[in-house]
Design a protein around this ligand. Structure first.
Ligand SMILES: [Ca+2]
Ligand SMILES: [Ca+2]
Length: 213
């Protein structure tokens, strides 16, 4: 569930970015794509559908991963829930800092699209994600129990991506692409490189679209 949630955030960002690129060639495509970005905002981020993203939305995500009830009965789940809360609190605090332009404590759709714009622009200029944003990818990587984190195997990598609803063949092709058929070790650094390439790729039907476009 946690992974799927993050993937959807990634998709929302990707589709928004992709929409902007298409805007130069087709106004119709652009409209379709920004509508998709909007859909993701309402379906994924704004979980209670009140038109704003705020802590209530994140709380319900946490509750759906580890409920208060489960956490009260199991020490391991209690720690896991606490960690998730801290992680999302940090993420939300940073999101407000960079995105809440009218300072009402909520992120509305326009504020969200501006945040996305800045993340992609930063990436284009510096080839780095903003630190707070990259924390999502770090959390995602660390959520796996790899045999060796510095040399993740092809099937381990594929399993991680399958959990994000990406099909096995695409996941394996991505692994071969980014490791140059196994010449490079699959570690966090290479994974972050892959995510950057995913955001910056402008070629339709390319493996770097993760089978999403
Ligand atoms: Ca909401
Ligand atoms: Ca606001």
């Amino acid at each position: 569930m946690y992974s799927a949630y993050i993937l959807l955030i990634i998709c929302a960002l990707f589709q928004y970015n992709y929409g902007k690129i298409s805007a130069a060639t087709s106004a119709h495509t652009s409209t379709t794509k920004s509508k998709q970005a909007e859909k993701f905002f309402f379906r994924v981020l704004d979980t209670n559908n009140d038109g704003m993203v705020n802590w209530i939305d994140f709380e319900s995500v946490i509750e759906s991963i580890v409920s208060k009830d489960e956490a009260s009965k199991n020490a391991r789940l209690k720690v896991l829930r606490k960690r998730l809360e801290q992680h999302f609190q940090n993420y939300f605090r940073e999101l407000l800092k960079v995105g809440d332009s009218n300072q009402d404590g909520n992120i509305d759709l326009n504020e969200w699209l501006n945040v996305v714009d800045d993340v992609v622009n930063d990436l284009k200029k510096t080839n780095e994600f903003p630190g707070w944003f990259e924390d999502l990818f770090k959390a995602l990587w660390r959520a796996n129990e790899f045999l060796d984190e510095k040399a993740v195997l092809r099937d381990e990598f594929a399993n991680m991506l399958i959990a994000w609803d990406i099909d096995e063949k695409t996941a394996e092709k991505l692994y071969d692409f980014i490791t140059e058929n196994g010449k490079k070790a699959m570690n966090y650094h290479l994974f972050a490189t892959l995510m950057k390439k995913f955001f910056l790729n402008e070629i339709p039907n390319h493996i770097l679209n993760f089978g999403l476009a």
